[in-house]
Design a protein around this ligand. Structure first.
Ligand SMILES: Cc1ncc(COP(=O)(O)O)c(C=O)c1O
Length: 445
């Protein structure tokens, strides 16, 4: 099959950067990872080398690679003839599971990606409220489209200017979209109050990740979320939880159920498709009724809610609702995090590894969890890339996300032996890096 580099050379001729998702070009190896097979907790590259998979499809692979229940769902789809562009009994069945397990969900619609889900639901919030502006939180991510790929992750050099002139995160997004975005720092009640005070009459929604997996796993203070809920309710502003990543990661429900703060609308995705492209958006009936044919907000598409991912989604829900599913994941979680804590303590490492269920972030440069985007500037991307490269060389695949404090995780098919190996490899990489640079070891003096 050739080497990764040879494949990269060929692929670059016919696909920009040799990839179909820009962040698949890995800084750690100077090429994309071209996969030839996935099995359980392992992923094999085109050279036939096997790696322990600690990316798990960016969080979509909670069932791991090639899970038997998903294979069975695919067989069922073949038997049915994977009819497309029709509703089936399975769509209603899957929507009913989501209504039962996501606190704010009276009604649901399905689509393929998380970006698609946030796009449609933002449109519904605007249609419902008749307002256009969006209050968003720095460090949070909600997809790659014009409506929201603005002001989330400004470079340090654009900080704090981002709050006056929201940073446009891609070429090609017109400046006019930035005029509709109001970025604020997480966990800052005064900034929230001020933004709502100033823009309540124009603001359709406040959007946030209840667990900020896209930046160091930052969690919201309980009273902060309570305040967001109160102020949005008082001002006819939709509270939008983006749970594309957090839903079903820790238990058979959304994070909002656990946090006890119920938003108006929510997006969910990633793991719900069991590895196939499936996302959903849901919310209170009165908001979901905005969608045509009940209301005036358009949402249609040839491939919307394709039967194949719908059946895979049902298979995921069946697996994840089994009584032993989350206890098994929790066992891995306990092993991994007590192991990491031991390593941090033993070597006095200046880092923190927050998690929510089976997904975690690694933040270098501080011993306590960050509370907002600005507090993550201590993280050294270059140093983290060299740590991830060491892991890669020893057969553990962490996606590099350009070296940022992004998210990683494991699946139900990972074993205790897998976790032991990951811990061993991580420990060696941390020690090597801290000995070389000394950057994230605390100075005792
Ligand atoms: C919170 C959140 N929202 C939206 C998205 C976009 O999802 P997708 O990559 O499926 O378009 C992601 C993806 O990482 C995400 O983590």
């Amino acid at each position: 099959m050739g080497t990764q580099q040879e494949q990269y050379h060929k692929a670059r001729k016919v696909m920009p950067g040799g990839v179909n998702s820009s962040t698949r070009l890995l800084k750690t190896i100077g090429a994309p990872f071209y996969a030839s097979q996935g099995k359980g907790s392992r992923i094999t590259d085109v050279e036939g080398k096997e790696y322990l998979d600690m990316c798990c499809a960016h969080g979509a692979g909670l069932l791991g690679n090639g899970h038997p229940a998903i294979n069975e769902a695919l067989r069922k789809a073949m038997e049915i003839g994977y009819v497309n562009s029709f509703e089936t009994v399975y769509h209603e069945e899957l929507a009913s599971v989501i209504v039962d397990t996501v606190a704010c969900a009276d009604q649901v619609r399905f689509c393929s990606s998380g970006s698609e889900a946030t796009l449609h639901l933002i449109r519904a919030c605007r249609g419902y409220t008749g307002k256009d502006k969006i209050i968003r939180i720095e460090g949070h991510f909600h997809g790659y489209h014009e409506m929201i790929f603005i002001g989330g992750h400004p470079p340090q050099s654009d900080f704090p200017r981002n709050r006056e002139q929201p940073f446009i995160e891609s070429a090609g997004i017109p400046q006019q979209f930035a005029e509709l975005i109001i970025p604020i720092p997480y966990n800052d009640k005064e900034a929230l109050k001020e933004a709502i005070h100033q823009y309540a009459d124009e603001t359709a929604l406040v959007i946030l990740e209840p667990v900020n997996f896209n930046c160091a796993g930052i969690r919201a203070d309980e009273d902060y979320l309570q305040l967001v809920r109160k102020l949005t309710a008082e001002n006819n502003i939709m509270l939008f939880f983006d749970e594309i990543q957090s839903a079903y990661k820790k238990s058979f429900q959304a994070a909002q159920n656990e946090l006890g703060i119920i938003p108006d609308v929510t997006t969910i995705g990633k793991s719900i498709g069991g590895g196939l492209p499936l996302s959903a958006f849901c919310g209170k009936k009165e908001v979901m009724d905005s969608f045509s044919p009940v209301g005036q907000v358009a949402h249609s598409g040839t491939f919307n809610a394709h039967l194949v991912p719908i059946l895979a989604g049902l298979a995921f829900m069946k697996e994840a609702s089994a009584p032993d599913f989350y206890p098994a994941l929790q066992k891995l979680e306990k092993q991994f995090h007590s192991g990491i804590d031991r390593i941090i303590e033993k070597h006095d490492l200046n880092m923190v590894v927050p998690n929510f269920g089976a997904r975690f972030n690694i933040l270098l440069g501080r011993k306590t969890a960050a509370r907002n985007y600005e507090e993550t500037f201590c993280h050294d991307n270059q140093e983290f890339l060299s740590i991830l490269k060491d892991c890669y060389d020893k057969g553990v695949y962490f996606h590099d996300y350009g070296g940022g404090p992004a998210h990683h995780g494991y699946s139900i098919q990972h074993t205790s032996e897998d976790m032991d190996y990951v811990l061993k490899v991580l420990e060696a990489a941390f020690i090597k890096s801290s000995n070389t640079t000394g950057r994230f070891v605390l100075d005792d003096s």
